[in-house]
Design a protein around this ligand. Structure first.
Ligand code: B1M
Length: 213
């Protein structure tokens, strides 16, 4: 197997045996983000496909998630960090009903390494919890993540609840179940502030940088 195939394979198989040496090997050719967005994400896509086809059970998908998390944790130390002064504070949350947090935590790393102060509220964050956090933290933006189809709908509800609470801080949304179109047609009309869609964590950073200017 090639190095790239082995890296995807660790995620698919849910095994860490040999993972770290291969990640280090990959860093000779690729940047940490290229390793994540390339072979590791391809592995995750395959996990999603196999799970959909009933060829993997949830416990196995969890092991794959562990491998992804361990890889990201290892690669993080090699990522470029900007020493720019603080650009702003961002609250991050996976929406109510959704436990997927690998993408959100990647967003935390990328934004955190690039001058943002991140308050990560975790998973299954209900609108009332988010509203309380916005009042306490006074963030410059709110980042919402969700991977389930029902999470896209939950983002609409969350936007409505934030608006009803008088909040108009820019919202950055992302996650596999969302699209730019859904964001502009369904979420944005329910909110009084900006609602922006990010397709991945780097896109999220670009958008956060634009909000600030
Ligand atoms: Co779940 N799951 N899962 N799962 N899981 C999906 C999402 C699914 C597509 C798999 C499938 O069926 N093919 C499917 C959703 C179906 C749907 O609604 N259409 C699914 C399902 C059904 C479920 C359960 C319901 C299964 C069950 O219990 N029967 C259950 C749901 C529980 C719940 O949430 N209430 C469940 C559970 C789990 C695990 C716990 C086992 C595990 C999650 C572990 C964890 O996160 N700690 C898991 C996993 C790992 C997946 C897949 C395989 C991989 C997700 C992932 O981590 N990808 C996923 C299938 C897939 O996506 N291939 C699947 C890697 C990650 C880096 O990508 O999060 O998309 P992602 O983030 C990307 C972008 O989306 C974006 O940036 C990142 C890349 O840079 N992004 C943002 C994300 N958030 C952002 C926020 C931003 C900006 C960008 O700004 C704020």
């Amino acid at each position: 197997l090639t190095l790239e195939e082995r890296l995807a394979g660790y995620v698919v198989e849910g095994t860490k045996e040999g993972l770290i040496p291969d990640l280090n090997e990959a860093l000779k050719t690729y940047t940490p983000l290229e390793v994540i967005n390339g072979p590791l994400m391809r592995g995750m896509e395959e996990v999603g496909r196999l799970f959909n086809a009933n060829e993997l059970i949830v416990a196995e998908v969890l092991q794959s998630a562990e491998v992804m998390k361990a890889s990201v944790a290892h690669l993080e130390q090699f990522m470029e960090k900007s020493d720019a002064s603080l650009k702003g504070k961002i609250l991050l949350a996976t929406v109510k009903g959704d436990v997927h947090d690998i993408g959100k935590n990647l967003v935390e790393i990328i934004l955190g390494n690039n001058g943002y102060q991140i308050v990560n509220l975790g998973i299954k964050v209900a609108p009332e919890q988010l509203i309380a956090a916005v009042r306490a933290e006074k963030p410059d933006a709110i980042g919402l993540s969700g991977l389930l189809v029902k999470s896209a709908q939950q983002m609409v509800i969350t936007a409505q609840d934030l608006k009803a609470a008088g909040i108009d801080v820019p919202i950055l949304v992302g996650g596999a179940a969302l699209t730019r179109k859904f964001t502009s047609n369904r979420i944005a009309p329910e909110y009084s502030g900006l609602v922006l869609y990010a397709k991945d964590a780097m896109d999220g950073l670009d958008i956060a940088n634009r909000i600030g200017h």
